[in-house]
Design a protein around this ligand. Structure first.
Ligand code: ADP
Ligand code: 5GP
Length: 196
């Protein structure tokens, strides 16, 4: 479904679970959208993932991610500490289970920002989760955003773009698709499906 701001479409999702899964190719603007969404709606709980990726400048452990070693991550997997996990562009990423379950139990809206494999795992374990896919206005715009962001090496950008083609092909499997062309428009669309 291509989202609009109409009341009927917003109501269609009103009674869905409180778990929101946000997915989209690297560089599409998920982090940007989430950051502004949380500033405007601090009652939403954003899950902080664990990853084996190195921190980018300005990223701190416990705020953006929990940055851990591969050994520690593999222990998290074997200890069933993660709600879902996946390997993406050569690194592990996963969602710590306990905080998500606690926040849901407290009645909070919980937001997960995960790649495609993780979103599919959540669909299996939590079928009531609302799954939202963020699309770029075009593939070339996506590539430009990744290059302009200048946080990844050119080989990392290549592997992210390769993966992006597969992810974008799955967008239709999600409950909602939002194109992040104009940022404010995309934010309004996101708010219209997430907020009660
Ligand atoms: P993601 O979290 O999906 O990997 P980011 O939020 O880091 O993506 O955004 C990638 C780059 O695109 C950033 O430099 C960001 O400022 C830029 N960006 C995000 N949304 C838009 C938009 N609507 N129009 C133009 N640039 C955008
Ligand atoms: P980045 O390295 O750009 O921060 O993230 C790379 C990809 O990993 C993004 O698509 C992001 O949504 C995804 N990601 C971040 N955290 C998790 C997680 O906990 N689980 C999964 N499966 N993917 C994640």
């Amino acid at each position: 479904m291509q989202v609009s701001n109409s009341t009927s479409q917003a109501n269609e999702h009103k009674f869905r679970g409180k778990l929101i899964v946000l997915t989209g190719p690297s560089g599409v603007g998920k982090g940007t959208l989430v950051q502004i969404l949380l500033q405007r709606h601090p009652e939403i709980y954003l899950s902080i993932s664990a990853t084996t990726r190195s921190p980018r400048p300005g990223e701190t452990s416990g705020e953006h991610y929990y940055f851990v070693s591969r050994t520690d991550f593999e222990k998290m997997i074997s200890d069933h500490y993660l709600l879902e996990w996946a390997e993406f562009a050569g690194n592990y990423y996963g969602t710590p289970r306990l905080p998500v379950e606690q926040q849901i139990a407290e009645g909070k809206t919980v937001l997960l920002e995960v790649e495609l494999d993780g979103a599919n795992q959540i669909y299996t374990s939590c079928p009531d989760a609302l799954r939202i896919f963020i699309l770029p206005p075009s593939f070339s715009a996506l590539e430009q955003r990744l290059r302009d962001r200048a946080t990844d090496s050119s080989s990392a950008i290549s592997s992210r773009l390769k993966r992006a083609q597969i992810e974008i092909a799955s967008a239709g499997d999600f409950d909602v698709q939002i194109t992040n062309d104009d940022l404010e428009t995309a934010l309004h669309q996101l708010e219209s499906v997430i907020l009660p």
